[in-house]
Every structure is written in structure tokens, then in C-alpha cells.
Design a protein around this ligand. Structure first.
Ligand SMILES: [Zn+2]
Length: 103
């Protein structure tokens, strides 16, 4: 049995504190499982998650997976890219595959 909202999260070892963020909980848009706690900066719509702003996640990020899949329904939620300009790792979120809210 899966208890929503009571999942085990992996702490992201690459997480760093950023300034002026607010916390959001990103969840799977298909099965609604909570997926990642994220430090969002700015008011815009979430299009990508910078890898170092993810505090904890339902999947283990320590090995820098190339894509993020929901651990419950296995749908793909995001693809990892390296942003050349900033030399940063980010996960580009797949449109319609996720929701987020203030935890
Ligand atoms: Zn799911």
C-alpha cells in the first residue's frame, strides 16, 4: 500500500542554499505522488529545476540520473541538461507531467 504524503525522500547531496527562495513541493501529475522539495526563486511558472536547488527527492539524485521518473507510476517527469551559459545542471520539466504547490 502506498501512503501519499508519507513517502521516503532522499536528501539531495548536491543541494545548496540559495537566496530569496520559497519552498515548493513538486508532485507527479499522473499519480499525485510527492516528488521533490524545491527551492524556487521568482514568481514565474516552474519550467525547470536546478539540480542544486532540490532539497530532497523521491528518487536518489546522488548519481545524477539523466531523467527523472516517478517511483510509483514510472512516468517521466523531467530530463537532465547542462546549461552551458551557467555551467549548471538542471532538470527540464515535461509539460503537463507534474504539479506543484506550497508545502
Ligand atoms: Zn506518478
Amino acid at each position: 500500500m502506498i501512503q501519499r504524503g508519507d513517502r521516503t525522500f532522499y536528501k539531495n547531496p548536491h543541494s545548496r542554499k540559495v537566496r530569496g527562495f520559497h519552498l515548493i513541493m513538486v508532485s507527479c501529475g499522473y499519480c499525485k505522488t510527492d516528488f521533490a522539495l524545491y527551492q524556487k526563486v521568482g514568481k514565474g511558472v516552474l519550467l525547470r529545476m536546478y539540480a542544486d536547488r532540490i532539497i530532497k527527492s523521491a528518487v536518489d539524485l546522488s548519481s545524477k540520473p539523466g531523467a527523472l521518473f516517478c517511483p510509483i507510476c514510472n512516468k517521466q517527469l523531467a530530463t537532465r541538461v547542462t546549461l552551458k551559459r551557467k555551467n549548471k545542471e538542471a532538470y527540464i520539466m515535461i509539460r503537463g507531467a507534474f504539479n506543484y504547490r506550497t508545502p
